[in-house]
Design a protein around this ligand. Structure first.
Ligand code: BG6
Ligand code: MG
Length: 218
């Protein structure tokens, strides 16, 4: 039994629905290259870094390209993604997030962001949630993306808490795996059929209370 001290949150698909914008930008890129990616295939891209996502997409389309071309395509995708997110504001915060965070603070828990996105700080600024996190770990601070646990173990280290004192909130298969590999209790946000490794699954933060999570995790 452990006393939970910190909640670690993924960004895309947990705090804000940028997952759809990543998908739209990748789909546009795949279409320009002459093939398509489905929503089902996209599940494999969630939580995966930009370069690894591109590798998976190119393999899916049966393409092998030189590194220089790949860097160009990754930059193009990011440009389209930034266009899509440029109009985001606090209205884009997912339902239930504000209430859940006020419960987190009342419970005296620490918070960290654990996102492999290099755009995470920009998104947090746009939605006005930078101050909601005691530690921010993004794609610029890690060397290995999810399912490697680094993004979450770094968050716990920065907060100076033990890994078994943390709860991870994730919408991605790779992210759930990362949290489990870190030795943390993982709440999957989405479908129980997809997030099979999660310790607890809810459709979103709107359908959860902090008290419920603590009762299950401790
Ligand atoms: C993750 C997303 O949060 O960040 C992935 O789930 C995305 O879809 C990854 O590829 C990297 O994001 P970025 O903004 O650095 O391209
Ligand atoms: Mg996510």
């Amino acid at each position: 039994m452990s006393q939970i001290k910190a909640f670690l949150f993924d960004l895309d698909g947990v705090i804000v629905d940028t997952a759809i914008y990543h998908y739209q930008a990748w789909k546009r890129l795949a279409n320009e290259l002459g093939f398509d990616i489905s929503e089902e295939f996209n599940e494999r891209l969630k939580g995966v870094s930009r370069t690894e996502s591109l590798d998976l997409i190119l393999a899916h389309g049966g393409l092998t390209l030189p590194d220089e071309k790949k860097a160009e395509l990754a930059a193009q995708k990011n440009e389209w993604y930034l266009e899509l997110v440029s109009r985001m504001n606090s209205d884009d915060i997912l339902p239930g997030v504000a209430t859940f965070f006020s419960q987190v603070r009342k419970a005296g828990l620490q918070t960290a962001l654990g996102s492999v996105s290099k755009n995470a700080p920009l998104i947090l600024e746009r939605i006005g949630m930078t101050q909601a996190f005691d530690a921010i770990i993004d794609g610029t601070k890690i060397s290995k993306g999810k399912p490697d646990p680094e993004v979450f173990t770094k968050g716990a280290d920065e907060l100076e808490v033990n890994y078994n004192e943390c709860v991870v909130f994730e919408d991605a298969v790779a992210g759930v795996e990362a949290g489990k590999q870190a030795g943390m209790f993982v709440v999957g946000l989405g479908s129980a059929d997809v997030l099979t490794q999660a310790d607890l699954v809810a459709s979103s933060l709107e359908n959860l209370t902090v008290a419920e999570v603590l009762a299950r995790a401790e």
